[in-house]
Design a protein around this ligand. Structure first.
Ligand code: 5GP
Length: 196
């Protein structure tokens, strides 16, 4: 089936990668390119920033509400990232997979591990920077944080890449040397997977 159509079985797509690697741009490009695909809006306890749109980027909820969702088994996966909680609402994902859609999760390595152990048929892609130096440059170029926070993110990114590589639960790794090419490669892999 050509990419761009809804297939009867649906496909759960996981996209992960360290901060600054361009994964949000790639994820949103996949969503635009594949007709009928949907982006899973996570819940998080992190504060909303000016760049975030409630209900589009995240649903911003309290720690109590997050704990209630875990207790009632409403989350497909959840993880702590930089001291804040993030999770994927299960019912929404299942409903859209049931409609045969490509459902996109942009989640961290820990979350990807949880989803793959529950649903081995999920397709997990990890986006890598071309090198550590390039990643550090990109984190600095975002101009969002002070040098301490940048160094913290950089250390966390290196840890995440090592964990992704050794974990064995990613189906593919894409090096983001060039954004257009990384998007094309991602779309190609999804296409192949849907044909297979
Ligand atoms: P940010 O706060 O910068 O938007 O995201 C921080 C990290 O949390 C990113 O690596 C992002 O992929 C991850 N993340 C976002 N939503 C979820 C989620 O629902 N579950 C998990 N496990 N990680 C998430």
């Amino acid at each position: 089936m050509p990419t761009g159509e809804v297939d009867s079985a649906g496909l759960l797509l996981i996209i992960s990668g360290p901060s600054g690697v361009g994964k949000t741009t790639i994820t949103r490009a996949v969503e635009r390119a594949i007709k009928g695909s949907v982006f899973s809006v996570s819940v998080t306890t992190r504060p909303k920033t000016v760049a975030d749109v409630e209900g589009v980027d995240y649903r911003f909820i309290s720690g109590d509400e997050f704990d209630r969702m875990i207790e009632q088994d409403e989350l497909l996966e959840h993880a702590d990232v930089f001291g804040k909680k993030y999770g994927t609402p299960r019912a929404w994902v299942e409903e859209h997979l049931g409609e045969g859609r490509l459902v996109i999760l942009e989640i961290d390595v820990e979350g990807a591990n949880q989803v793959k152990s529950k649903r081995p048929d999920a397709f997990a892609i990890f986006i890598e920077p071309p090198s550590e130096d390039v990643l550090l440059d990109r984190l600095r170029a975002r101009n969002r944080e002070d040098e301490d926070s940048i160094q913290r993110r950089f250390a966390e990114a290196k840890r995440e890449i090592a964990e992704a590589k050794s974990g064995g639960f990613y189906d593919a790794f894409i090096v983001n040397n060039n954004l257009e090419r990384a998007i094309e490669e991602t779309l190609g892999l999804i296409h192949e997977r849907r044909l297979g």
